[in-house]
Design a protein around this ligand. Sequence first.
Ligand SMILES: [Zn+2]
Length: 243
Amino acid sequence: MEQIGRRVWYLPEQEATDRPNLGYIRGTRYALMVDAGNSPAHAALFLSGLAERGLPGPDFAAVTHWHWDHTYGLCALPCPVIAGRETAEQLEKMSRWQFDLPSMERRLAAGEEVLFCHENILKEYPDPASVRVRRADIVFDGALELELGDCPCRLLRVAGPHSMDSVAVYLPQDKIIFLGDSTAEEFYEGPAHYDPRRLKDYIALLEGLDFETAVPGHSEPEPKASIMEYLREELCAAEGHSL
Ligand SMILES: [Zn+2]
C-alpha cells in the first residue's frame, strides 16, 4: 500500500492480470475502499495490506465503473457496495452471467466482452466458473456525498471517454481524486478510441474541480496539470481524426 495523503492510500496496479489501483480513504468514523479488485484474491491482497499497517477494513466499497477488473472482487468484501445507477444495472446483469468457457466465448463473440478482458479473466482465475458478480447495496444517481468523519467525500458521475457509467471519488479537502479508468479510451464500442465530444465534456468537468492529485485506474498518481495536458493532447488527436 502506498500512502498519498494524510488519510489516503492505494494498492498499486498489477499489470500481469490487469489488476487496477485500489484506493483507501480513512475518515475518523468510516473507511472507504475505491474499487474492489478483479477477484477475491485481489481484494484479499488489499485487505491484508491494510491489516499489515494496522488500518481498519473498509466500511463501504465504491466502484468507479462496471468493468470486471474493478468489480469482480466485490463478492469477497464484508461491507456494503456503493455504485452509480448505470454501474449497478450492469452488475445486476453480470450477476446472472455464467462463467464456464462456452458462455464466456459466446459473450466474446456477441461483443458483450472484449478479448483483452476475456484473456485476463482466464489468467486471473484458475477456474473462471468460480467468478461471482455481486450486486450493489447502495445505488445513486448523479452524485452522492459521504461524510467519512472530518473527511467529506463526493462520488460524482463523470461519464467521460472510457465508459459512460464512470464515477470519480473526490476528496475536496485533500484535493485528491480517484478517476478509475475514466481518462482512458472506450474499448467496448469498436476499436479502442476517444470520442471527441465525450472527451471534451469530461475535460471541462475535471477543469472545474479543485484537485492536486489524480489517481487513474492503471497508472501512478499524477498532478492535475499533467493529466489535463495528456487529455488535451488526446482531444486534439481525436478531433483531427474525426474531421
Ligand atoms: Zn475500465
